[in-house]
Every structure is written in C-alpha cells, then in structure tokens.
Design a protein around this ligand. Structure first.
Ligand code: IFM
Length: 410
C-alpha cells in the first residue's frame, strides 16, 4: 500500500466570489451579466453566512481540510477604507475550521480584485506593488493558526483574465468568454482567447515573491501559489513547440514557485500540442459539461510536470474535479485521479494532500450549468444536499486511501 505523507490533507476547495454572494465591491461583480451569455453570481451559495454549515458537512463526511479564500474587495472596499468587520469575519472562518478539526487552506487572491484597484490598473498597474503589499500586510494580522497559504490562485488564468478585461474595456469583445468554460469548448472562442501574456505573468511572479517574503516574516504558514496545470503532452516531432507553449501557459509560473514551501497543482484535463499549438478538445460523448476531454489521468501528468519544473517543490493538489451532472461519473473520475496520484507518490513525488474542486455546486465565472460540487445547493433556499461523492471521498479520507478499491490501481 502506498505510504502517504504524515498529515496528508483530504479536503475540498472553494473560492469566495463563487460561493459567498453579493461581492458588491469587486471588479467581477461589475463585469458579470453585462454581456450576452453571462449570468450574475447574485447570492451565489450564500456561503458568506453559511460557511459553518459548509465546513460542518465537510467535517461530518470525514474530510480533514477546507480551502477557502479571503475576498480583498470586502477587506478594502475603497482605497482609503479598511474593514475591520470583514477581517473579523474571515478570522471567524479560520477559527470555525480549527474548532471543527479542519485544516484551513487559505487563498488570498482568487481572480477578483476590488473594483477601484482594477480601475487603477490592477495587478499590472502602476500602484500594484504598493496596494498588494498593503493588502497582504493587513490580512497577515488574522492568519494565526493557518498552516497553508496560497498567495494567488491560477496566475496563468489571471493573466488571461487580465487580457480579456482589457478586450472588454476597449470594446474588442462583445460576447462573454469565461476562460474556464468557453476556453475549453472545441471550435469555440478558444482561438480568440489570448494566451497568458508573459509580461503580465512576470509581473504576477514579482507580486507572489513579495507576498511570500511578507507572509514568511509575519506568519508561521507554509506559503505557495496554485497553478492551472495544463497537463500538456508533445506530439511526435513537436517537442520544441511543446516546450514553448508550456513556458507561456504554465512553466513561467512553476519556475516562479521554485524554493516555495509548496506549489498548488490544479488539474482537470489534458491536451496534446502539435505544430499549430494546443489541440482543441475534439467533440466526444465523454466530454465534460464544459466540453473538455474526460481525462482523470491528467493529474498524474500535471504532478510530474510540476515536480520536474519546480525541481522538487512539495506538491499539494489544490484543485481537481469534473463538471458533470452524474455523480457516479464524478466518483469514477476521482477514483482515476487518485489512482495516478498514488502512482506518483510511489515514484517518489512529495504530494501533501488532495483538495477536490469543488465542495459546492457554485458560480462558474459567468455560468451556473457546469456543476463541480460534492454538494448540490438550491439556488433559492440555499439548502445543501450532499451527493454520494461527498461521503465516498470522506471514506477515502477516513481510511487514508485504503478504501480505494484494488481495481483502481493497475
Ligand atoms: O472554478 C474554477 C476555479 O475558480 C479555478 N480553477 C478552475 C475551476 C473550474 O473551472
């Protein structure tokens, strides 16, 4: 049997804008619903008020960790206004997790920004370093007892979103393009999606390194960031193209995490690279609700690639999941993904935990249809209904992986 790391985390992940509701002072709130094809986040899952219930359901199922985020737009709704009440709210969330015996994994920035900061130019604007530093310093005051901190979620996707926002503002884009939904659809707007701009990526690396220094000085937490791992593979003869595409899409960010306490690996699907670049997912009956290929094995490719490029930074799976209406399919997907995770551990990779995306069916950046959750949420009453996959993953957690059937492993 595979020996998992002491304290291996078993949990689920969320992001504030996608579950809290009414994130009124954020740039995304201002953007959503404005263009054809985009839905509002609205009340979302009302987790702003129901976070205890969410954590309790996780703990009751047997999970040992919960990833959630702190929303900068709530902490600093105006450039000259810091909210102590909102800081206290997130402190209560941390304390609730600790009280329930759940390890909090806390993200400090997950795609959204205060709207005023976006207007200043956001993470690549002239005030970025000064504003980011002030936010990180302020938030560091409530992090006592937190062992795992993620500075920026998916900087590579954030770089795309920054490019998209610029296209919307300049009127070049008049239809909704969610990088996590339309970006996956074969033959869709994927060709017009900007690749992550390396100049934006390099600026984000600087901000990440700055946050790592501040957080190491002020907290006892392990600090890293989480990457949208593409699990790309080279087609024969296209190794150089693969290397070039990999650098732009992911390696720049993995290189930026060298020396960190951990790197967050976030994997959903896999795509080959040919002479023309990344090959879109061909239509297939097995494709997920976002049109991506069904590839539970992608996690193994992502873990090995991250391990190689970071030169052995400890790996924490901070997201892995499938948008599907079939919970049986979800369990099948996780079973496959955990199988390749165990293989990677057997090979000697240092994997510290598995956090499933997502705990709840939530707001998928302009859309509600792709359901990733272990728990269904009634959009009107906010009633939570755990799916069988929650109890199933909880059992895997309780048995430290032993409940995975032997059929999982070849
Ligand atoms: O919902 C997103 C999340 O915000 C970032 N990673 C991918 C998820 C699924 O698309």
């Amino acid at each position: 049997m595979t020996k998992l790391a002491e304290g291996f985390l078993w949990g689920a992940s969320t992001a504030p804008h996608q579950i809290e509701g009414n994130n009124l002072n954020s740039d995304f709130w201002r953007l959503e619903g404005r263009m054809p094809g985009s839905s509002y986040s609205g009340d979302a899952c009302d987790s702003y008020h129901r976070y205890r219930e969410d954590m309790q359901l996780s703990a009751d199922a047997g999970l040992t960790a919960y990833r959630f985020g702190i929303e900068w737009a709530r902490i600093q709704p105006r450039p000259d206004l810091w909210s102590n009440a909102e800081l206290a709210h997130y402190r209560r969330m941390i304390e609730t997790a600790l009280e329930l015996g759940i390890t909090p994994v806390v993200t400090l920035q997950h795609f959204t920004l205060p709207a005023w900061f976006a207007d200043e130019g956001g993470m690549t604007g002239p005030t970025a370093l000064e504003r980011w530093r002030a936010y990180i310093e302020r938030v560091s005051t409530i992090l006592d007892g937190v062992e795992w901190l993620i500075t920026i979620n998916e900087p590579n996707m954030l770089a795309i979103m920054t490019g998209l926002a610029e296209m919307v503002t300049s009127g070049k884009l008049d239809e909704w393009v969610s990088p996590t939904v339309e970006g996956e659809r074969a033959g869709s707007l994927v060709s017009s999606l900007p690749a992550p701009d390396p100049a934006i990526g390099s600026a984000l690396v600087v901000l990440h390194r700055e946050a790592v220094d501040i957080l190491h000085a002020r907290t006892a937490a392990k600090v890293g960031w989480s990457i949208a791992n593409q699990a790309l593979t080279a087609t024969p003869g296209n190794e150089q193209q693969f290397a070039d595409v990999s650098y732009v899409w992911e390696d720049l960010y993995l290189l930026g995490s060298r020396g960190d306490d951990f790197v967050g690996v976030q994997s959903y699907t896999s795509q080959p690279v040919d002479a023309k670049g990344i090959v879109p997912h061909p239509p297939h009956p097995d494709n997920t609700l976002t049109g991506a290929a069904y590839r539970p094995d992608a996690l193994g490719i992502a873990l090995r690639h991250a391990w190689e490029i970071t030169e052995g930074v400890p790996l924490l799976v901070t997201e892995n999941g499938i948008p599907t209406a079939s919970d049986e399919r979800r369990i099948e997907y996780i079973t496959g993904a955990l199988g390749v995770l165990l293989d990677a551990v057997d090979e000697g990779l240092d994997v510290r935990g598995y956090l499933h995306w997502s705990l709840l069916d939530n707001y998928e950046w302009g859309h509600w249809e792709p359901t990733f959750g272990l728990i269904a949420v009634d959009r009107d009453t906010f009633e939570r209904t755990p799916k069988p996959s929650l109890g199933w993953l909880g059992e895997v957690a309780r048995t430290h992986g032993a409940s995975l059937t032997t059929g999982v492993r070849p």
